[in-house]
Design a binder for this molecule. Structure first.
Ligand code: ADP
Ligand code: MG
Length: 322
């Protein structure tokens, strides 16, 4: 079974940033209002996420390391109504199979919490402990038992850039949650809760404030909201383009094309505008269960989504005289 976990880990846990993504998504799913990420050595030696979410009981904490242990899907029908970030119950089992994990968790109603030490798929110990309400996951020495994967990691600057990418996507999708990020003892991000504009400024800097054009469009089946950048601030490099479908970050060249076509001639050649757009669609009309890292998505009617998106962006730009 630990072999099965390691194979699953190969798909889900590719690098330290994958651990950051899975732990932070779990904290969001747990209804946390404060989430702190602590990283050492670009995640090689330590990735810790501390939240004030619902916490886990002693039994649930132990169960969380079992493969396909998820509290988020109760029946096959739920698969079509996915609103949480996680649902496969693979992440923690995968992480524990390739690292040393220390879990501290306490439910708000319990007086004592529980501390679990796991390593290479084995729960080594569990004991009661004093801890704040919520959950703290510390993942140490990632890939300690898989030298090939460890050696495959890139330079710390590269790995940390991947961590920042995942961190930014999650904080941008959850503006109402307080987040902080500490790397090697210094605070890199400190993001108090606020609205989406405030969160964008927190991540990209106050200078972007005057470059943002709001987009809001709503129909019976789809809701589109967010911001696009004024064309004169478009950049030669890609990277500041974000789609979130039902709060989940996704990559889509198809949707990207829809946004680009809304800019028509107003964009200089080979330039990419900033955009950060939330699409909310009835979960029955999308299929998120496409890839283990869940960054791809299928729509029931993608032409329709394409056209709505184009109209929404066109509309937003038009209202701001672009
Ligand atoms: P999934 O998120 O797909 O359900 P995971 O392996 O990521 O699977 O987590 C397993 C289970 O552990 C979750 O379903 C949840 O019940 C519990 N869990 C994990 N992280 C947290 C957390 N930070 N707070 C509360 N419960 C958690
Ligand atoms: Mg999860």
């Amino acid at each position: 079974d630990s072999i099965a976990n390691q194979i699953a880990a190969g798909e889900v846990i590719q690098r330290p940033a994958s651990v950051v993504k899975e732990l932070m998504e779990n904290s969001v799913d747990a209804g946390s209002k404060n989430i702190k990420l602590i990283v050492k050595d670009a995640g090689r030696t330590l990735i810790q996420v501390i939240d004030d979410g619902c916490g886990m009981s002693e039994t649930d904490a132990r169960m969380s390391f079992e493969r396909h242990a998820t509290s988020k899907i109760r029946s096959a029908d739920d698969l079509f109504a996915i609103r949480t970030m996680g649902f496969r119950g693979e992440a923690l089992a995968s992480i524990a199979s390739v690292a040393q994990v220390e879990l501290r968790t306490r439910r708000h109603a319990s007086e004592v919490g529980t501390l679990i030490q796991a390593e290479g798929s084995k729960v080594k110990s569990q004991e009661p402990c004093q801890t704040a309400a919520g959950t703290s996951f510390a993942v140490k020495n990632l890939f300690f038992n898989v030298p090939a994967r460890r050696n495959f990691l890139k330079a710390n600057t590269v790995e940390f850039r991947h961590i920042l990418d995942e961190f930014e996507r999650i904080v941008l999708a959850n503006a109402d949650v307080f987040f902080s990020l500490h790397h090697n003892g210094s605070e890199v991000f400190h993001l108090p809760p606020g609205n989406l504009r405030q969160r964008i400024l927190g991540v990209f800097g106050n200078a972007v404030n005057t470059r943002l054009v709001p987009v809001v469009e709503e129909t019976d089946i789809i809701q589109i909201k967010g911001f696009v950048g004024k064309p004169e601030f478009a950049k030669k490099v890609r990277g500041e383009q974000y789609f979130f479908v039902n709060s989940r970050f996704i990559k889509s060249s198809y949707l990207h094309h829809a946004v680009m076509s809304a800019y028509e001639e107003v964009l200089p050649k080979e330039m990419y505008p900033f955009y950060l757009l939330f699409l909310d669609i009835d979960p029955a009309r999308i299929d998120v269960n496409v890839h283990p890292t869940k960054q791809e998505i299928k729509f029931e009617d993608d032409r329709l989504v394409y056209n709505y998106l184009k109209v929404a962006v066109r509309h937003g730009l038009g209202q701001h005289g672009v």
